[in-house]
Design a protein around this ligand. Sequence first.
Ligand SMILES: NC(=O)C1=CN([C@@H]2O[C@H](COP(=O)(O)OP(=O)(O)OC[C@H]3O[C@@H](n4cnc5c(N)ncnc54)[C@H](O)[C@@H]3O)[C@@H](O)[C@H]2O)[C@@H](O)CC1
Ligand SMILES: Nc1ncnc2c1ncn2[C@@H]1O[C@H](COP(=O)(O)OP(=O)(O)O)[C@@H](O)[C@H]1O
Ligand SMILES: [K+]
Length: 488
Amino acid sequence: MLKILSGDQVKELDRIHIQNAGISSHELMERAALSFISWWKSMEFPKNLPVFVFCGAGNNGGDGFAIARLLFKEGWEVQVFRCFEEGSVLSADAQKNLDWVPEGVLIYDWKEFNSSREGLLIDSFLGVGLKSPIRNSAVPIIECMNSFPGTKISIDLPSGLLADSPTFGPRVKADFTVTFAFPKLALLFPENSSFSGKMVLADIGISESEYASFPTSYFFLQEKDILSRHRVFGQFAHKGDFGKVALVAGSKGKMGAAILCSKAALRTGSGLVTAFVPEDERGIIQSAVPEVMCEFDENTDWNKFDALGVGPAIGLDKKDLLQDILKACSKPIVLDADAITLIASNQDLISLIPKNSILTPHLGELERLIGKSTDHLDRLMKVKEFCMKWQLNLLIKGAYSVLSLVDGRQLFNSSGTQYMATAGAGDVLTGMLTSFLGQGYAPENALICGVYHHGKAGELAGQQNRRSTIASDISENIGKTYTLLNVL
Ligand SMILES: NC(=O)C1=CN([C@@H]2O[C@H](COP(=O)(O)OP(=O)(O)OC[C@H]3O[C@@H](n4cnc5c(N)ncnc54)[C@H](O)[C@@H]3O)[C@@H](O)[C@H]2O)[C@@H](O)CC1
Ligand SMILES: Nc1ncnc2c1ncn2[C@@H]1O[C@H](COP(=O)(O)OP(=O)(O)O)[C@@H](O)[C@H]1O
Ligand SMILES: [K+]
């Protein structure tokens, strides 16, 4: 799994790679520029537009000079805007790339930029080299770039954004950020999304083994990490092997939650799914999902199930039931929605939750559970502490959902789309996670597979339906994610 390093560790990573690959730092910069160009080509920007490249004096600027040269070679009209005084000392690789800027590319001072011209703007002013809030002299340069209404693409980081700590000063508001080697932590924070735009990860040929010596608790979960986490079932498998799960969900007026999570559990592959619902409401779910069985007796033996998912729309009057379930269960379970709100307001319940269980709060539920956070970094630290203290897994839901594990690792999920921000998407996830647990997956693998496939199913649903996507569409696409990832 790809490690997310801090901005400070980039130089050391480069040094290791340069040594291993037997290339120069300048060649590595060229690779970064070439990787950017291959993304650029995939975007099919209109060729009649000129490209304005803002370059700083460090290696981020060096990337910009190299990109300017390569785009010019591809036939684009390119202009470079210098974000430093003429005669300044540049980093060695930036100077070399400045020297290589072809004659057809005109170089101007940033103050000469006319922001009302149509074009495409590339921001390679400041990258991970920025360690403190930007100097006053740099503020107008960022304001100048932000005054440009067209598409802005930041290289590695939007200039002004600190790589891994909260930023308060001005920063470029990019439409895209093409970041090299690994996602810089700040690009994954919700509060920075209006600055980073869409993040694009550009490979520059550094292998994961070269990250081995770096300590970090942050990881980026990608498609290549998923298949090996799945269990393989043989030709003679029977429905018992695929697990018997129960979902405690739904209440009068909110039976949809029970339908969504039970159906998602079936679609994820559970052999037998029981919905534990109010008896008076059973007709709704039994006609909507005939494959699902129902139970109503609160004194049932909860341990007869291979896995339990508890919480979607059960109502906040179900504290006693929740407490009974937590006391009775010996195996890890999935807790979502109202179950989390109940636990948040009855914190003595936390110690009853079976170790290694999975909690899936959205930001509102999380705040009820662990209190307010000043920013996402603070939130990550608080959640990590919570998970390690109680030996629980917790998912912070949203774009780049964070899978916070019992041992302190925090994995940022790369699948998903804004079209999943729709009622019941979380209920579908609860069904999926419960299903994987019931199929005998270790909680960590159930969480990884559940969250990744949920996001992928959401992407497929979103491609077909865009903003008309509803939670049922996510469920209907779970099967396609198995085909896509070649899960048997
Ligand atoms: N492995 C990688 O990730 C690679 C990274 N490369 C690039 O190299 C960049 C890092 O380069 P550098 O370490 O030279 O750093 P940067 O180019 O990000 O920043 C250094 C520049 O920032 C200015 N600066 C520093 N603090 C400032 C402040 N408080 N206010 C205003 N200006 C300030 C300095 O004067 C200097 O001009 C990356 O972001 C990336 O773009 C690529 O060239 C090659 C491979
Ligand atoms: N912008 C987004 N990008 C990616 N995933 C998202 C986004 N918004 C929501 N999601 C996902 O959709 C699900 C929503 O869950 P939740 O908020 O519990 O919804 P509900 O309570 O309506 O079921 C989560 O898995 C979340 O990660
Ligand atoms: K930049």
